[in-house]
Design a protein around this ligand. Structure first.
Ligand code: CTP
Length: 406
């Protein structure tokens, strides 16, 4: 996985900086071209000469280099991956805040390559809410975090916060490189947000969906090389590389999806579609003095069931099930009725889960060869980008014909 890959290795100022030497050596041995970048703090802990001797190029530390006037953009643009090991609390804060103070932070902001960050610090610092908030921000943006381990820390202390072992860091880098382009050339269609069904000229029947989970799926698919069409009812910042088709009602969403889904490799239906809509919207505003209006509802089409009935061979169709009761049984029923390959079941009654939250917790059910529902993965409460990763990992397995682990 590492052969021929250009990896920027960022080293910041923590006692674990000496382990970066081993990370560097292992990546070079595996055939990577490793470009080391050290912060000023790192130089207190590990010698430039050591790292330069083992890496593929001499260590770089400065933004101001006459031979290469803008080194951070060159480093950022040419990297296949950036790994920061160890990453101090200060680096995490600067990166989360978008602060560019030195060559490493500038490079991190100037790249579109995947980034792996390996924090290392004292237990108290690691557990500090500010550090954990920065970790959550970075994770939500798609940064891969290699969690620290428990063990001996600087000054003889023992606790959680020790840099992950070099072999774990290198395995994480390989895993990210393997997943990075695993949707290259695919067309992925994602629906996001809640539909709005007009009652009159000013009022709608809406729901609590924020669209955040669908946008996270779209961003993750684009990061993995897919061409993404995002059929959306919400006005969020479009993820890079996604074409947005704005819609409002279930009928508009159905029309948009029926035009793009037949040619898609994957369709992820994360939108919350209204099940009922007013038969006819009043053309003007319904006035209070006219009395309590009688709003007659009719069912909307089940868009996903329609896509399932006409699913082209090889397409992976993913639905969501937002439930408050009997989560798995209800989700399994939808998987079968709507002829899906995968359903993302979330218990929207649980704290921090589903609508409007930045976090989610899900169970992924997929259809086995006989069409019965089997658990493919369970993901505990985490940010929506990590949920998106798990969903697309399962999608990739389904396309490759892989079965879930027993
Ligand atoms: N869905 C759809 N069209 C609808 C309703 C739902 O395409 N009219 C899709 C949703 O986008 C979701 C899946 O079907 O991916 C399940 O939606 P959900 O609201 O959980 O299920 P329903 O089929 O509406 O069933 P119920 O209301 O009984 O839970």
């Amino acid at each position: 996985m590492l052969a021929g890959k250009r990896i920027v290795l960022g080293v910041t100022g923590g006692i674990a900086a000496y382990k970066a030497v081993e990370v560097c050596r292992r990546m070079v041995d595996a055939g990577a071209h490793v470009v080391p970048v050290m912060t000023k703090g790192a130089e207190h802990f590990v010698g430039r000469t050591t790292l330069s001797a083992l890496a593929s190029e001499p260590v770089q530390t400065s933004l101001w280099d006459e031979a290469s006037p803008i080194p951070h953009t060159r480093l950022g643009q040419t990297a296949d991956l950036i790994v920061v090991a160890p990453a101090t609390a200060r680096l995490l804060a600067a990166y989360a805040a978008g602060l560019s103070t030195d060559l490493l932070t500038n490079t991190l902001l100037a790249t579109r390559a995947p980034v792996v960050v390996c924090p290392a610090m004292h237990t108290e610092m690691w557990e500090h809410p500010a550090v954990q908030a920065n970790i959550a921000t970075l994770r939500a943006r798609g940064v891969h975090i290699v969690d620290p381990e428990s063990g001996r820390l600087a000054g003889g202390d023992v606790g959680h916060g020790r840099l992950a072992a070099p072999e774990r860091i290198v395995a994480a880098v390989e895993g990210v490189l393997a997943s990075v382009a695993d949707m290259d050339g695919w067309h992925v269609v994602v629906s996001a947000g809640g539909t709005r069904e007009p009652i009159d000229a000013v009022r709608v029947i809406a729901n609590r969906s924020s669209g955040k989970q669908g946008y996270a799926v779209a961003a993750e698919a684009a990061a993995r090389g897919a061409r993404v069409t995002l059929v959306s009812t919400v006005d969020l910042q479009a993820p890079a590389g996604c074409t947005v088709v704005p819609v409002e009602t279930a009928a508009q969403m159905q029309a948009a999806l029926e035009s793009v889904a037949p040619g898609a490799d994957v369709v992820v239906m994360s939108a919350a579609v209204a099940d009922f809509r007013p038969v006819a919207a009043a053309p003007g505003k319904i006035k209070k003095h006219e009395g309590v209006p009688q709003i007659v509802l009719e069912p909307t089409p089940d868009i996903l069931a329609g896509l399932g009935a006409r699913k082209p061979a090889g397409q992976v169709l993913v639905g969501f099930a937002a439930e408050t009761d009997d989560l798995l049984a209800n989700a399994a029923g939808k998987l079968q009725r709507k002829r899906l390959d995968l359903i993302v079941a979330n218990d929207v009654g649980a704290p921090g889960v589903g609508f409007q939250h930045d976090t989610n917790a899900v169970t992924l059910l997929r259809a086995d060869a006989s069409g019965a529902a089997v658990v493919a993965a369970t993901v505990a409460l985490t940010d929506k980008r990590s949920i998106a990763k798990a969903v697309l990992d399962a999608v990739v397995d389904i396309r490759r014909g892989l079965t879930p682990p027993a």
